[in-house]
Design a protein around this ligand. Structure first.
Ligand code: SAM
Length: 180
């Protein structure tokens, strides 16, 4: 399955103290599984951004984090520029059949919520997709969704300008320094 052209995640409603860890994990998971960047709405949190940027400096790639004042505007703008929007929610349609309908020729915005997602996102999104119909987490939803929508292509991603690279090994930790 060919992935969409470019994939960006929109994480709604970040709260600086309660959500720091989970939003960081949203970013790192999005990066590892093939998204180009994450828009974050809610509290502007420069320390979250710098901790993700620190990881990017060491492990490579061009992943970015951007805070947005109006996430609804971000969705409107995305659609106005020809992109497709998939909102991940346990109330949506089953992943397996719905992922096949996502157009490959368009850029894809993947919306994940926090506490409570306003109804506008359900109506504005081209697809409301359930990664199973049980409640779990935005991190799990992103990982499973990106795996499916990229057809597993994240496994072959190259992270340019990395300083460190893990050498797969059966036991122990083998890490190569690439910066010399
Ligand atoms: N009641 C929420 C819902 O609408 O899915 C669960 C809130 S959960 C703490 C935060 C986010 O995780 C949701 O907004 C959604 O993006 C994602 N999520 C959780 N479970 C999911 C599922 N089964 N399928 C898709 N996304 C899910």
């Amino acid at each position: 399955m060919m992935p969409p052209r470019s994939i960006v995640v929109l994480r709604l409603g970040h709260r600086a103290f309660r959500d720091k860890r989970i939003t960081t994990h949203v970013c790192l998971t999005a990066r590892a599984f093939g998204a180009s960047g994450v828009y974050i709405s809610g509290t502007r949190d420069p320390s979250l951004r710098s901790s993700v940027e620190k990881i990017v400096r060491v492990w490579g790639g061009g992943f970015w984090v951007e805070f947005v004042k109006s996430p609804l505007k971000a969705v409107h703008d995305w659609k106005a520029s020809g992109g497709c929007v998939a909102h991940l929610t346990m109330y949506g349609l089953p992943l397996g059949e719905t992922v096949l309908r996502i157009p490959k020729e368009k850029d894809l915005l993947v919306v994940v919520g926090g506490e409570k997602v306003p109804p506008e996102y359900f109506s504005l999104s081209d697809f409301n997709i359930a990664v199973g119909s049980q409640p779990h987490s935005e991190v799990a939803a992103i990982a499973v969704f990106l795996d499916r929508v990229t057809g597993g292509r994240w496994e072959n991603l190259k992270f340019e300008n990395a300083k460190l690279r893990i050498v797969a090994s059966e036991r122990g930790k083998v890490v190569e320094e690439l910066d010399k």
